[in-house]
Every structure is written in structure tokens, then in C-alpha cells.
Design a protein around this ligand. Structure first.
Ligand code: NAI
Ligand code: UGA
Length: 480
């Protein structure tokens, strides 16, 4: 029986290994982590992450061929294939601070693998890492290995949160990079055999190591670039009277461009787009390519601009001050169908409004008060470390209350900001909300999910990203 161990039981390690266990009953899969509460949650009825369909998959395999454990060393030493899916945060100090990937967790995992291994192993990079990381990992493993042979593969993950299970069941492609030696090709084949149990062969791509590592960074950069492109257009739409939904539909019907990932928004969030582009920028700079670095940096600059622009629209519309005004925030997660708040645009928007002394009442169906308070007090990039190593927030933000109902959040509010596209927000009774708000009542839709005309009929002053402006907003500066 092939034994797989995955180091890191997070958003990637948990779901990917659960699906491998489900699709490959003859493979034994152990997912290990240094975080005791996380492993306890994986072994309970309340999984540590919210992901549609995940519960069912875990329940079918847990205790049969899928195990969650904190006994990292035991499972690593017994495994034939070791996936490493640990955090790769942005460095906050020293060389490359604010851009380069911090490989501390990766390096410590690699050293531990070298220490505890007693048999040859395939080590798979599942985390997103800088190009050439495999070379560094190879050095760590072979310098400490007591004659044991390791083959390193790069097998980046392309799942998106909220759709992880369907993405894993039916991936556009699985990418496996390895050494172009007979041993490297043998290792590629061994991993290919695992995926081939459910992924059609023509969707399993094999490349050299560096192409696989770079393709992951490139794919995220291209995806984020599409969003920044449509968001840049949204600003121009507001200035000219064009409607960004109509523009992106017209543009996306060109089969060379395609319709997906062209929704204008308050900005992209999530744990990876910004981190991976910063990493790409740093790699370009290190390789003497400042023009290429500058090109990709712009994707992040537009994303920051879009978040600022949204805050400025809110403040400018409400008589240039939100001081002591209650603003309802609907949605805090970085996208719908997840409780994940890492790099969510809601953090920047809330901080911007708090900077103007607003009082915030926040509702998100999947995010807890504790998480929101931590997010609003944590320093940039601190969130991307294992939970028990993150600083605890010593204070709470007093001007923030977190409630469990959209109607409660909007009661007596002056304005409503929609920051996550949860389906339930589309079906809210906006007449009821209007009746219970201060007047004039404002709605700022950062996700373009509401029916603007209907809300204007009710009496709201409405701003919806990239849509023709309400007469109220027309003469106000987009960026104050
Ligand atoms: N979240 C996502 O949707 C995607 C993430 N990725 C990449 O996958 C990697 C992991 O991301 P997530 O799963 O989101 O992170 P995560 O923070 O949810 O999980 C990482 C886990 O690794 C554990 N860990 C860290 N060092 C360890 C060690 N030495 N031994 C044992 N466990 C250790 C942490 O306690 C944590 O539970 C990152 O490189 C990320 O860029 C790639 C594709 C999608
Ligand atoms: O490496 C990763 O971590 C993953 O990053 C993204 O997945 P994820 O961040 O989970 O979610 P996305 O659906 O890509 O959304 C990212 C952000 O972009 C925003 N977005 C997305 C699409 C769009 O048209 N407009 C838009 O503003 C979303 O609201 C969200 O804030 C990629 O889609 C995955 O392929 C990749 O594996």
C-alpha cells in the first residue's frame, strides 16, 4: 500500500489529501500539523475550515485511509510520498522584506524530513514557492540524509477556496514538475499514478521543476491581473457613464479573452494573489529585470487604488465625513462560500472608515467576532503564520461591533457597504432595511450584486462599482 503524508493541514493540505484518500482507496493518507487545535478540529465534527462538500468527503474516508495527526515525525518516516503544504508568508523583516517569500516553515519541514527518514522518499512541493526552491530543498535533504535518496517534485495547487472540492474532483490540469533524470521521471510517474485514478491523463501535465514552480506564480499573476484590468476599467466607467458589467460582458465574449474572472469588485483578496505577485516581483528584481518587476507591481497598485477609491466614495458621498456615523458592513470574508479573511479587502475598507472615525457594525455569515477583531488589529502579513505563532490581539477595536444578522447590522445605520458577494445579500428585504436606516440612506455595493434601479426606487442613494453614477455622486471626487 502506498503511504502518503502531507505536512500542513490547512486550506490546501486538508481538502487535497481528503480527495486523494477518497479517490484512491488503496492509498493511506496521513495529514500532519504542528497545530494541536487544528488537528483536533479535523478529527471532530466541526472541521477547521468551511468549504462546501468537504464534510462529506472527510466523513467517508476519515479513520479508513485518511488520518489527521500531530505525530509529524512518525507519519513522515513511514511515508513513500511526502507532500509539504506549509505556510509560505511574505517576509516582514530583513532581506526582501515586504516582498520575498519567507521559507522558514518549509526549511524546518525539510530538515525534519531529512532527520527522521529511514527510507527513500518523494518530496512534493505543494505550497507555492519561489522558482528554484526545489534546488534549495534538495541541498537541505541531501546534506543531511545519511545516504537516503530523495526526489523533489513540484506539484502546485490551483484550487480556489469556496470551490475547492469541485476543483479537486475536476481540475483543469494537474501539474507535476521533476528532474529530467531517470530517477526524476520515475518519481513523476509515481505521483502521476496517484492522480490518474480520477484525473484524465491528458490533463496531467509534466514539466521540468522550474517551469512547474514558475507556472503557479504566473497563473496567479495572470488571474489577479484580469481583476486589476477590469477594476481599472471600472474607474473609467464611472468617469464616462459606461457600465462595467456591459463592458466586461462585451470584452469577455471574445473567445480569445473569455468571460470568466472579469467581475469588477472592491478589490481582490485571499491569501495568495498579493503574496505570490510580491514574490514574483522580488524574483524579477533578483534576476535583474526591473521593468518586468514594475509591470507586475502595477497589478497590486491598482488593487490598493480600488480599495482606497471605495473608501473615498463612501466618505465623500456622506458629506465628507463618517465620524461617529454607523456604517453597516455586509460581508467580511474575501469571497463568498468561505470563512477565510486572509487579505480580505474588507480589512482595508474597514480600517479606512475607522480612520475617518466611523462606527462599524459588521455581519458575515461565516466569520466570527474574534476573527474580525484580530484582523483589524493585526499587522500586515502577520496572519500568514501558523495560528499558534500569530500575535494575539491585545486590544479590541471599540468602534466595531459584530452581529449575526444583516438587519441588525443595518438598523439605524447611515450607510451600508457590501464587501462580500454572499448569495443571501441579494435576497435581503431592502425596503425593510431602508425603513430602519437614517436618511439619506446610502448603499455602497463593492460586489455589484444588488439591483441598483430597485434600490433607487426605494429611496437609497446607491453606488455600485463601475456603474453609471447616482446624480448625488456625480460631482464628487472619485479619489478625494
Ligand atoms: N489557500 C489556498 O487556496 C491556496 C494556497 N496555496 C499555497 O499552499 C500553501 C499553504 O496554504 P494554506 O493551506 O492556505 O495555509 P494554511 O495556513 O491554511 O495551512 C498551513 C499549515 O501548515 C502548518 N505548518 C506550518 N509549519 C509546519 C511544520 N513545520 N510542520 C507541520 N505543520 C506546519 C500550519 O500550522 C498550518 O496549519 C501556501 O504556500 C499557499 O500559498 C496554493 C493554492 C491555493
Ligand atoms: O493560489 C491560490 O491561493 C489560489 O488563488 C486563487 O483562488 P482564491 O484566492 O481562493 O479565490 P479566487 O476565486 O481566485 O478569488 C480571489 C479574489 O479575487 C476576487 N475576484 C475574483 C474574480 C473576479 O472576477 N473578480 C474578483 O474581484 C474574489 O472576490 C477574491 O477576493 C486562484 O483562483 C486559485 O487558482 C489559486 O490556487
Amino acid at each position: 500500500m502506498v503511504k502518503i503524508c502531507c505536512i500542513g493541514a490547512g486550506y490546501v493540505g486538508g481538502p487535497t489529501m481528503a480527495v486523494i484518500a477518497l479517490k484512491c482507496p488503496s492509498v493511506e493518507v496521513a495529514v500532519v500539523d504542528i497545530s494541536v487545535p487544528r488537528i483536533a478540529a479535523w478529527n471532530s465534527d466541526q472541521l477547521p475550515i468551511y468549504e462546501p462538500g468537504l464534510d462529506g468527503v472527510v466523513k467517508q474516508c476519515r479513520g479508513k485511509n485518511l488520518f489527521f495527526s500531530t505525530d509529524v515525525e512518525k507519519h513522515v518516516s513511514e511515508a513513500d510520498i511526502v507532500f509539504v503544504s506549509v505556510n509560505t508568508p511574505t517576509k516582514t523583516r530583513g532581506l526582501g522584506a515586504g516582498k520575498a517569500a519567507d521559507l522558514t516553515y518549509w526549511e524546518s519541514a525539510a530538515r525534519m524530513i531529512a532527520d527522521v527518514s529511514k527510507s527513500d522518499k518523494i518530496v512534493v512541493e505543494k505550497s507555492t514557492v519561489p522558482v528554484k526552491t526545489a534546488e534549495a530543498i534538495e541541498k537541505i535533504l541531501t546534506h543531511n540524509s545519511k545516504g537516503i535518496k530523495f526526489q523533489i517534485l513540484s506539484n502546485p495547487e490551483f484550487l480556489a477556496e469556496g470551490t475547492a472540492i469541485s476543483d479537486l474532483f475536476n481540475p483543469d490540469r494537474v501539474l507535476i514538475g521533476g528532474r529530467e533524470t531517470p530517477e526524476g521521471q520515475k518519481a513523476i510517474q509515481a505521483l502521476k499514478d496517484v492522480y490518474a485514478q480520477w484525473v484524465p491523463e491528458d490533463r496531467i501535465l509534466t514539466t521540468n521543476l522550474w517551469s512547474a514552480e514558475l507556472s503557479k506564480l504566473a497563473a496567479n499573476a495572470f488571474l489577479a491581473q484580469r481583476i486589476s484590468s477590469v477594476n481599472a476599467m471600472s474607474a473609467l466607467c464611472e468617469a464616462t457613464g459606461a457600465n462595467v458589467k456591459q463592458v466586461s460582458f462585451a470584452v469577455g465574449t471574445d473567445t480569445r479573452i473569455g468571460p470568466k474572472f472579469l467581475n469588477a469588485s472592491v478589490g481582490f483578496g485571499g491569501s495568495c494573489f498579493q503574496k505570490d505577485i510580491l514574490n514574483l516581483v522580488y524574483i524579477c528584481e533578483c534576476n535583474g529585470l526591473p521593468e518586468v518587476a514594475e509591470y507586475w507591481k502595477q497589478v497590486i497598485k491598482i488593487n490598493d487604488y480600488q480599495k482606497n477609491r471605495f473608501v473615498n466614495r463612501v466618505v465623500a458621498s456622506m458629506f465628507n465625513t463618517v465620524s461617529n456615523k454607523k456604517i453597516a458592513i455586509l460581508g467580511f470574508a474575501f469571497k463568498k462560500d468561505t470563512g477565510d479573511t486572509r487579505e480580505t479587502p474588507a480589512i482595508d475598507v474597514c480600517k479606512g472608515l475607522l480612520g475617518d472615525k466611523a462606527r462599524l457594525s459588521i455581519y458575515d455569515p461565516q466569520v466570527t467576532e474574534d476573527q474580525i477583531q484580530r484582523d483589524l488589529t493585526m499587522n500586515k502579513f502577520d496572519w500568514d503564520h501558523p495560528l499558534h505563532l500569530q500575535p494575539m490581539s491585545p486590544t479590541t477595536v471599540k468602534q466595531v461591533s459584530v452581529v449575526w444578522d444583516a438587519y441588525e447590522a443595518t438598523k439605524d445605520a447611515h450607510g451600508v457597504c457590501i464587501l462580500t458577494e454572499w448569495d443571501e445579500f441579494k435576497d435581503l428585504d431592502f425596503q425593510r432595511i431602508y425603513d430602519n436606516m437614517q436618511k439619506p440612506a446610502f448603499v455602497f455595493d463593492g460586489r455589484n450584486i444588488i439591483d441598483v434601479d430597485k434600490l433607487r426606487e426605494i429611496g437609497f442613494i446607491v453606488y455600485s462599482i463601475g456603474k453609471p453614477l447616482d446624480p448625488w455622486l456625480k460631482d464628487m471626487p472619485a479619489v478625494a
